[in-house]
Design a protein. Structure first.
Length: 344
Protein backbone atom coordinates (compact mmCIF):
# COMPACT_ATOMS: atom_id res chain seq x y z
CA UNK A 1 0.00 0.00 0.00
CA UNK A 2 2.79 2.45 0.90
CA UNK A 3 4.52 1.78 -2.41
CA UNK A 4 1.29 2.26 -4.34
CA UNK A 5 0.76 5.61 -2.60
CA UNK A 6 4.35 6.65 -3.36
CA UNK A 7 3.98 5.64 -7.00
CA UNK A 8 0.74 7.57 -7.44
CA UNK A 9 2.23 10.60 -5.65
CA UNK A 10 5.35 10.57 -7.84
CA UNK A 11 3.25 10.30 -11.00
CA UNK A 12 1.09 13.22 -9.87
CA UNK A 13 4.21 15.33 -9.21
CA UNK A 14 5.57 14.42 -12.65
CA UNK A 15 2.31 15.29 -14.40
CA UNK A 16 1.95 18.59 -12.55
CA UNK A 17 5.48 19.74 -13.40
CA UNK A 18 5.16 18.49 -16.98
CA UNK A 19 1.89 20.40 -17.36
CA UNK A 20 3.42 23.54 -15.87
CA UNK A 21 6.49 23.34 -18.09
CA UNK A 22 4.50 22.92 -21.31
CA UNK A 23 1.29 24.86 -20.56
CA UNK A 24 2.48 27.89 -22.57
CA UNK A 25 4.52 25.95 -25.10
CA UNK A 26 4.46 27.12 -28.70
CA UNK A 27 4.17 23.61 -30.16
CA UNK A 28 4.37 24.65 -33.78
CA UNK A 29 7.46 26.78 -33.23
CA UNK A 30 9.00 24.10 -30.99
CA UNK A 31 8.56 21.47 -33.70
CA UNK A 32 10.10 23.81 -36.24
CA UNK A 33 13.08 24.40 -33.95
CA UNK A 34 13.57 20.65 -33.48
CA UNK A 35 13.52 20.11 -37.25
CA UNK A 36 15.98 22.90 -37.98
CA UNK A 37 18.38 22.25 -35.07
CA UNK A 38 22.01 21.50 -35.89
CA UNK A 39 22.36 18.04 -34.36
CA UNK A 40 26.07 17.91 -35.17
CA UNK A 41 26.49 19.49 -31.71
CA UNK A 42 25.09 16.32 -30.14
CA UNK A 43 28.34 14.51 -31.00
CA UNK A 44 30.66 16.66 -28.83
CA UNK A 45 27.98 16.70 -26.13
CA UNK A 46 28.04 12.90 -25.97
CA UNK A 47 31.81 13.14 -25.73
CA UNK A 48 31.46 15.48 -22.74
CA UNK A 49 28.87 13.15 -21.16
CA UNK A 50 31.43 10.35 -21.43
CA UNK A 51 34.01 12.50 -19.64
CA UNK A 52 31.40 13.31 -16.98
CA UNK A 53 30.85 9.59 -16.44
CA UNK A 54 34.61 9.03 -16.10
CA UNK A 55 34.96 11.92 -13.62
CA UNK A 56 32.11 10.56 -11.46
CA UNK A 57 33.58 7.08 -11.55
CA UNK A 58 37.15 8.11 -10.73
CA UNK A 59 36.13 10.40 -7.86
CA UNK A 60 34.09 7.54 -6.34
CA UNK A 61 37.20 5.40 -6.63
CA UNK A 62 39.11 8.05 -4.64
CA UNK A 63 36.62 7.77 -1.77
CA UNK A 64 36.63 3.98 -1.84
CA UNK A 65 40.44 3.82 -1.88
CA UNK A 66 40.52 4.21 1.91
CA UNK A 67 38.94 0.74 2.10
CA UNK A 68 40.24 -0.89 -1.09
CA UNK A 69 41.74 0.15 -4.39
CA UNK A 70 39.15 -1.25 -6.78
CA UNK A 71 40.41 -1.91 -10.35
CA UNK A 72 38.96 0.55 -12.85
CA UNK A 73 37.09 -2.13 -14.81
CA UNK A 74 35.11 -3.28 -11.77
CA UNK A 75 34.66 0.29 -10.54
CA UNK A 76 33.40 1.45 -13.93
CA UNK A 77 31.01 -1.49 -14.21
CA UNK A 78 29.46 -0.85 -10.78
CA UNK A 79 29.33 2.89 -11.46
CA UNK A 80 27.74 2.73 -14.92
CA UNK A 81 25.11 0.16 -13.98
CA UNK A 82 24.42 1.98 -10.72
CA UNK A 83 23.82 5.34 -12.40
CA UNK A 84 21.42 3.68 -14.83
CA UNK A 85 19.49 2.01 -12.01
CA UNK A 86 19.28 5.33 -10.16
CA UNK A 87 17.66 6.89 -13.21
CA UNK A 88 15.15 4.18 -14.15
CA UNK A 89 14.06 2.53 -10.90
CA UNK A 90 11.21 3.91 -8.76
CA UNK A 91 11.18 4.61 -5.01
CA UNK A 92 14.86 5.69 -5.04
CA UNK A 93 15.85 2.01 -5.25
CA UNK A 94 18.75 3.01 -7.46
CA UNK A 95 20.45 4.72 -4.50
CA UNK A 96 21.42 1.27 -3.24
CA UNK A 97 22.68 0.00 -6.61
CA UNK A 98 26.30 1.15 -6.54
CA UNK A 99 26.95 -0.08 -2.96
CA UNK A 100 25.43 -3.46 -3.83
CA UNK A 101 27.38 -3.77 -7.09
CA UNK A 102 30.75 -2.71 -5.69
CA UNK A 103 30.31 -5.09 -2.74
CA UNK A 104 29.93 -7.92 -5.27
CA UNK A 105 33.19 -6.92 -6.96
CA UNK A 106 35.39 -6.20 -3.95
CA UNK A 107 35.75 -6.79 -0.22
CA UNK A 108 34.08 -3.43 0.56
CA UNK A 109 30.94 -3.80 2.65
CA UNK A 110 27.70 -2.33 1.33
CA UNK A 111 27.26 -0.11 4.40
CA UNK A 112 30.72 1.39 3.88
CA UNK A 113 30.09 1.87 0.16
CA UNK A 114 26.77 3.53 0.94
CA UNK A 115 28.64 5.96 3.15
CA UNK A 116 30.77 7.01 0.18
CA UNK A 117 27.63 7.59 -1.91
CA UNK A 118 26.09 9.76 0.81
CA UNK A 119 29.30 11.78 1.12
CA UNK A 120 29.23 12.36 -2.64
CA UNK A 121 25.67 13.67 -2.36
CA UNK A 122 26.54 16.01 0.50
CA UNK A 123 29.60 17.34 -1.34
CA UNK A 124 27.61 17.90 -4.53
CA UNK A 125 24.76 19.55 -2.64
CA UNK A 126 27.07 21.98 -0.86
CA UNK A 127 29.07 22.68 -4.02
CA UNK A 128 25.98 23.46 -6.10
CA UNK A 129 24.34 25.51 -3.33
CA UNK A 130 27.42 27.69 -2.86
CA UNK A 131 28.08 28.05 -6.60
CA UNK A 132 24.44 28.93 -7.18
CA UNK A 133 24.41 31.64 -4.55
CA UNK A 134 27.61 33.16 -5.97
CA UNK A 135 26.38 33.10 -9.56
CA UNK A 136 23.02 34.63 -8.67
CA UNK A 137 24.78 37.80 -7.48
CA UNK A 138 25.32 38.56 -11.18
CA UNK A 139 21.76 37.86 -12.31
CA UNK A 140 19.19 40.72 -12.21
CA UNK A 141 16.86 40.31 -9.25
CA UNK A 142 13.72 41.34 -11.14
CA UNK A 143 13.73 38.50 -13.69
CA UNK A 144 10.86 35.94 -13.64
CA UNK A 145 11.33 33.01 -11.30
CA UNK A 146 14.25 34.53 -9.39
CA UNK A 147 12.57 34.19 -5.99
CA UNK A 148 11.97 30.48 -6.57
CA UNK A 149 15.57 29.97 -7.68
CA UNK A 150 16.88 31.76 -4.59
CA UNK A 151 14.54 29.75 -2.37
CA UNK A 152 15.83 26.52 -3.87
CA UNK A 153 19.45 27.62 -3.38
CA UNK A 154 18.79 28.56 0.24
CA UNK A 155 17.00 25.30 1.00
CA UNK A 156 19.86 23.32 -0.51
CA UNK A 157 22.43 25.24 1.50
CA UNK A 158 20.53 24.86 4.78
CA UNK A 159 19.72 21.19 4.18
CA UNK A 160 23.12 19.95 3.05
CA UNK A 161 24.96 22.38 5.31
CA UNK A 162 23.04 21.15 8.34
CA UNK A 163 23.75 17.55 7.41
CA UNK A 164 27.45 18.31 6.99
CA UNK A 165 27.63 20.02 10.39
CA UNK A 166 25.91 17.06 12.04
CA UNK A 167 28.30 14.57 10.42
CA UNK A 168 31.33 16.57 11.54
CA UNK A 169 29.88 16.65 15.07
CA UNK A 170 29.29 12.90 14.88
CA UNK A 171 32.90 12.32 13.81
CA UNK A 172 34.17 14.12 16.90
CA UNK A 173 31.50 12.90 19.32
CA UNK A 174 30.12 9.66 17.92
CA UNK A 175 28.42 8.41 21.08
CA UNK A 176 26.76 11.76 21.77
CA UNK A 177 25.50 11.97 18.18
CA UNK A 178 24.00 8.48 18.39
CA UNK A 179 22.30 9.30 21.69
CA UNK A 180 20.99 12.55 20.20
CA UNK A 181 19.48 10.71 17.22
CA UNK A 182 17.96 8.05 19.44
CA UNK A 183 16.34 10.63 21.74
CA UNK A 184 15.04 12.94 18.99
CA UNK A 185 13.77 10.24 16.63
CA UNK A 186 12.40 8.32 19.61
CA UNK A 187 10.05 11.18 20.40
CA UNK A 188 8.63 11.22 16.86
CA UNK A 189 8.83 7.58 15.71
CA UNK A 190 9.79 5.40 18.72
CA UNK A 191 9.76 2.16 16.70
CA UNK A 192 12.50 3.48 14.40
CA UNK A 193 14.71 5.16 17.01
CA UNK A 194 17.13 2.29 17.57
CA UNK A 195 17.36 1.44 13.88
CA UNK A 196 18.14 5.02 12.85
CA UNK A 197 20.68 5.33 15.66
CA UNK A 198 22.37 2.12 14.50
CA UNK A 199 22.48 3.46 10.93
CA UNK A 200 24.14 6.68 12.12
CA UNK A 201 26.60 4.72 14.26
CA UNK A 202 27.54 2.49 11.32
CA UNK A 203 27.75 5.46 8.97
CA UNK A 204 30.10 7.43 11.20
CA UNK A 205 32.24 4.35 11.73
CA UNK A 206 32.57 3.96 7.98
CA UNK A 207 33.50 7.64 7.61
CA UNK A 208 36.59 6.94 9.70
CA UNK A 209 37.83 4.80 6.81
CA UNK A 210 38.09 7.81 4.50
CA UNK A 211 41.30 7.87 2.44
CA UNK A 212 44.31 10.06 3.08
CA UNK A 213 44.89 13.67 1.97
CA UNK A 214 46.17 12.70 -1.49
CA UNK A 215 43.07 10.69 -2.38
CA UNK A 216 40.73 13.30 -0.86
CA UNK A 217 42.47 15.96 -2.96
CA UNK A 218 41.76 13.78 -5.98
CA UNK A 219 38.14 13.47 -4.91
CA UNK A 220 37.66 17.24 -4.75
CA UNK A 221 39.58 17.76 -7.99
CA UNK A 222 37.33 15.29 -9.82
CA UNK A 223 34.32 17.03 -8.27
CA UNK A 224 35.44 20.34 -9.79
CA UNK A 225 36.03 18.65 -13.15
CA UNK A 226 32.65 16.93 -12.96
CA UNK A 227 30.68 20.12 -12.40
CA UNK A 228 32.80 22.12 -14.85
CA UNK A 229 32.02 19.57 -17.56
CA UNK A 230 28.30 19.61 -16.75
CA UNK A 231 27.96 23.34 -17.33
CA UNK A 232 30.26 23.34 -20.37
CA UNK A 233 28.29 20.47 -21.92
CA UNK A 234 25.00 22.31 -21.55
CA UNK A 235 26.54 25.36 -23.24
CA UNK A 236 27.86 23.21 -26.09
CA UNK A 237 24.49 21.56 -26.77
CA UNK A 238 22.74 24.94 -26.77
CA UNK A 239 24.73 25.75 -29.94
CA UNK A 240 22.39 23.38 -31.79
CA UNK A 241 19.57 25.86 -31.19
CA UNK A 242 20.43 29.23 -32.71
CA UNK A 243 18.14 31.31 -30.51
CA UNK A 244 19.79 30.01 -27.33
CA UNK A 245 23.58 29.89 -27.72
CA UNK A 246 24.13 30.03 -23.95
CA UNK A 247 27.28 31.55 -22.48
CA UNK A 248 29.26 29.49 -19.97
CA UNK A 249 27.94 31.71 -17.17
CA UNK A 250 24.34 31.14 -18.22
CA UNK A 251 24.94 27.40 -18.62
CA UNK A 252 26.36 27.08 -15.10
CA UNK A 253 23.41 28.96 -13.63
CA UNK A 254 21.05 26.72 -15.62
CA UNK A 255 22.88 23.62 -14.40
CA UNK A 256 22.48 24.70 -10.77
CA UNK A 257 18.75 25.33 -11.25
CA UNK A 258 18.44 21.91 -12.89
CA UNK A 259 20.10 20.20 -9.93
CA UNK A 260 17.63 21.84 -7.54
CA UNK A 261 14.70 20.88 -9.77
CA UNK A 262 15.50 17.19 -10.14
CA UNK A 263 15.86 16.83 -6.37
CA UNK A 264 12.06 17.06 -6.18
CA UNK A 265 10.74 13.48 -5.82
CA UNK A 266 9.05 12.44 -9.06
CA UNK A 267 8.61 9.44 -11.32
CA UNK A 268 11.69 7.63 -12.71
CA UNK A 269 13.56 9.43 -15.46
CA UNK A 270 13.11 12.92 -13.97
CA UNK A 271 10.37 13.70 -16.49
CA UNK A 272 8.51 16.90 -15.67
CA UNK A 273 10.84 18.18 -12.97
CA UNK A 274 13.74 18.20 -15.46
CA UNK A 275 11.82 20.22 -18.05
CA UNK A 276 10.33 22.60 -15.48
CA UNK A 277 13.78 23.32 -14.03
CA UNK A 278 15.23 24.04 -17.48
CA UNK A 279 12.31 26.38 -18.17
CA UNK A 280 12.85 28.28 -14.91
CA UNK A 281 16.61 28.50 -15.51
CA UNK A 282 16.27 29.77 -19.07
CA UNK A 283 13.66 32.34 -18.01
CA UNK A 284 16.39 34.08 -16.01
CA UNK A 285 18.06 35.13 -19.28
CA UNK A 286 15.63 34.74 -22.17
CA UNK A 287 12.15 36.11 -23.06
CA UNK A 288 9.17 33.80 -22.61
CA UNK A 289 8.65 33.48 -26.37
CA UNK A 290 12.13 31.94 -26.78
CA UNK A 291 11.86 29.79 -23.65
CA UNK A 292 8.53 28.29 -24.75
CA UNK A 293 9.85 27.38 -28.20
CA UNK A 294 13.62 26.94 -28.53
CA UNK A 295 14.04 26.56 -24.77
CA UNK A 296 11.67 23.62 -24.42
CA UNK A 297 13.05 22.03 -27.59
CA UNK A 298 16.51 22.27 -26.00
CA UNK A 299 15.16 20.77 -22.76
CA UNK A 300 13.77 17.77 -24.64
CA UNK A 301 17.04 17.08 -26.49
CA UNK A 302 19.13 17.66 -23.35
CA UNK A 303 16.98 15.20 -21.37
CA UNK A 304 17.07 12.63 -24.15
CA UNK A 305 20.86 12.82 -24.53
CA UNK A 306 21.49 12.42 -20.81
CA UNK A 307 19.00 9.56 -20.54
CA UNK A 308 20.40 7.71 -23.55
CA UNK A 309 23.95 8.10 -22.26
CA UNK A 310 23.21 6.77 -18.78
CA UNK A 311 20.94 3.95 -19.90
CA UNK A 312 23.21 3.07 -22.84
CA UNK A 313 26.35 2.87 -20.69
CA UNK A 314 24.47 0.89 -18.05
CA UNK A 315 23.15 -1.67 -20.53
CA UNK A 316 26.53 -2.10 -22.23
CA UNK A 317 28.32 -2.64 -18.93
CA UNK A 318 25.55 -4.92 -17.68
CA UNK A 319 25.86 -7.04 -20.80
CA UNK A 320 29.66 -7.10 -20.56
CA UNK A 321 29.45 -8.24 -16.94
CA UNK A 322 26.73 -10.83 -17.70
CA UNK A 323 24.40 -9.13 -15.23
CA UNK A 324 20.60 -9.33 -15.19
CA UNK A 325 18.53 -6.18 -14.76
CA UNK A 326 15.78 -8.23 -13.13
CA UNK A 327 18.22 -9.86 -10.71
CA UNK A 328 19.79 -6.57 -9.61
CA UNK A 329 16.40 -4.84 -9.26
CA UNK A 330 15.09 -7.78 -7.23
CA UNK A 331 18.03 -7.65 -4.82
CA UNK A 332 17.64 -3.88 -4.43
CA UNK A 333 13.93 -4.31 -3.73
CA UNK A 334 14.59 -6.90 -1.02
CA UNK A 335 17.31 -4.74 0.51
CA UNK A 336 15.06 -1.69 0.72
CA UNK A 337 12.22 -3.74 2.20
CA UNK A 338 14.56 -5.12 4.83
CA UNK A 339 15.97 -1.67 5.65
CA UNK A 340 12.48 -0.21 6.06
CA UNK A 341 11.45 -2.73 8.71
CA UNK A 342 11.63 -1.38 12.27
CA UNK A 343 13.88 -3.26 14.66
CA UNK A 344 12.26 -5.33 17.38
Amino acid sequence: MKRAVKLVASLIVTLLFFWWAFQDADWESQLSVLKSANYAWVVPYFGILTLIHLARTLRWGCLLSGMERVPFGKLNEASGIGFMMLLVLPFRLGEFARPLLIAQRSSIRRSAAMTSVVLERITDGMFVAVMMRLLLFFVPTNVPGMRYVKLGANLMFVGFGGLLVFLLFALWHQERAVRLVRSTVGRVVPALADKVADVVDTFVGAMRQLPGPRQMTGFFLYTLIYWALNGAGMAVLSRAFGALNLTLFQAYVLNCVLVVGVMIPAAPGMLGTFHAAIKVGLSLFLPASVVNSSGLAYANVLWLCQTLQQVGFGLLLMNAGHQSFKDIAGKLNKEQQASSLPSA
